[in-house]
Design a protein around this ligand. Structure first.
Ligand code: NSS
Length: 432
């Protein structure tokens, strides 16, 4: 019996006989040789069958087997510089588990709607496979980084009684006894309770926004990483944000360079992502926009167009601080030097990718927070627990949320968020 190997680790088995368990990706033939491109989830490899070296029945399999048929292939691993990945498998035996029906996704071009309808199969394509491996690595790297920095994982609820990021994008559902529950827009408010209990915490989970916008940057279900720190101010989390983001980029560059090449990313652009990141205020950003002929009234938040233009001005992610309070959420602390400004930050990824982080120092004063709730027309009662955090040992604290899919889209250089999550949920899509 040959040892069961994975393509990822095939280099450890040069000149040894191994068994690979996978699927047929592609095939071609040339005279008395058959080339099967096999993928096994960890990578892909070319398996070579030579007519005189295998049994006639094994050789015949190569001619009948179809794209995405499941196969168990045994052979000797050969190092070969010309082969993709540097290795080939010289096949001695093939066991067909299932001959696949006509596979809908062929090597020819397909439109996005077709691919999204077949997302459950599209995941197997080389580019999608690479993006999802980068996603897995990025989340792992974020967890490890925060763990090393002394953060405690703190899981926030998904079903909540209140809004966090405004009432216009809430998904509503009936709860028991006539109550209404909302799908969480952000774990932040709960992370604040966590920070008061544990000091430094983070949440990582799915969040929901009933966004009616049909843009390439909006999902209705997306994942957010939210660190929250007690005894921290805006400056502290600006530093945390740039350290975290540069660590993530560097970690993907180090460990997932092959995948980045598969998605066609310009690695040199990513290598530039080293702190310090440029920091500008909202007013300075407004000036930059005006210089580029984009008239914007002071007081409004930047939209996708403004974010794109701003982020094209920098090679590094840029952090924009001190937005007008009226443009931002109720929980943000106002700047004591200018109460019209919020102590907040947005981080915009370069190359036109736009916002990947939103965060702030939090309003820690009980009376100020009451006023802010009223100004945003939010009811007081469901926020009583949140007000308690200001009644019992309130301290300055701050945090931010990093959008996982936006960060992946930027790092992978893909235009649309729908490829950065296994099953995207968008305005007009909940299938498959
Ligand atoms: O709305 S945010 O700007 N901020 C918050 O939710 C804070 N409560 C986070 C915090 O301070 N703990 O969203 C944060 C990030 C934003 O920068 C995007 O990267 C991402 O979450 N985000 C989204 N990604 C995909 N689709 C949608 N609709 C979306 N909305 C925000």
């Amino acid at each position: 019996m040959a040892e069961i190997a994975t393509i990822e680790r095939i280099g450890q088995f040069v000149d040894e006989k191994v068994t690979l368990r996978g699927w047929l990706f592609n095939k071609r033939s040339s005279g008395k040789i058959r080339f099967l491109q096999i993928r096994d989830g960890t990578g892909s490899i070319q398996a070579v069958l030579v007519k005189n070296e295998v049994s006639p029945s094994t050789f015949a399999v190569a001619d009948t087997v179809t794209q995405e048929s499941s196969l168990v292939v045994t052979g000797v691993v050969r190092a070969d510089d010309r082969a993709v990945g540097g290795h080939e498998l010289q096949v001695s035996d093939i066991q067909v588990i299932q001959v696949a029906e006509d596979y809908p996704i062929t090597p020819k071009e397909h439109g996005p709607a077709f691919l999204l309808d077949h997302r459950h199969l599209w995941l197997r394509s080389a580019k999608q496979h690479a993006i999802l491996r980068i996603r897995s690595h990025l989340i792992q790297a974020a967890r490890e980084y925060l763990h090393q920095e002394g953060f405690v994982l703190f899981d926030a609820p998904i079903l909540t009684p209140t809004a966090c990021e405004g009432t216009s994008t809430l998904f509503e559902t009936d709860y028991f006894y006539g109550e209404t529950a909302y799908l969480s827009q952000s774990g932040q408010l709960y992370a604040e309770a966590g920070a008061m209990a544990l000091g430094k915490v983070y949440t990582l989970g799915p969040t929901f926004r009933a966004e009616k916008s049909k843009t390439r940057r909006h999902l209705t279900e997306f994942w957010m990483l939210e660190p929250e720190v007690a005894y921290a101010d805006l400056q502290d989390i600006l530093s945390l944000a740039e350290e975290l983001v540069s660590h993530l980029v560097n970690s993907v560059l180090t460990h997932k360079s092959e995948e980045l090449r598969t998605v066609g990313r310009d690695l040199d652009k990513l290598r530039l992502v080293v702190p310090p990141f440029p920091r500008i205020t909202y007013d300075e950003a407004l000036d930059l926009l005006r210089q580029r002929g984009m008239a914007m009234k002071w007081g409004n938040d930047f939209g996708a167009t403004e974010d794109t233009v701003l982020s094209e001005q920098f090679d590094l992610p840029v952090m924009i601080t001190h937005y007008p309070v009226q443009a931002k959420a109720f929980y943000m602390k106002s700047d004591p030097d200018n109460p019209n400004l919020a102590l907040c930050l947005d981080m915009l990824a370069p190359e036109g990718y736009g916002e990947i982080i939103g965060g702030s120092q939090r309003e820690d004063d009980y009376h100020q927070l009451l006023e802010k709730l009223a100004a945003h027309r939010l009811p007081r009662e469901p926020f009583e627990w949140y007000l308690d955090l200001r009644r019992y040992g309130t301290v300055p604290h701050a945090g931010f949320g990093l959008g996982i899919e936006r960060t992946i889209a930027w790092i992978c250089g893909i235009k649309h968020l729908r490829e950065a999550i296994p099953f995207p949920r968008m305005l007009q899509r909940i299938y498959p």
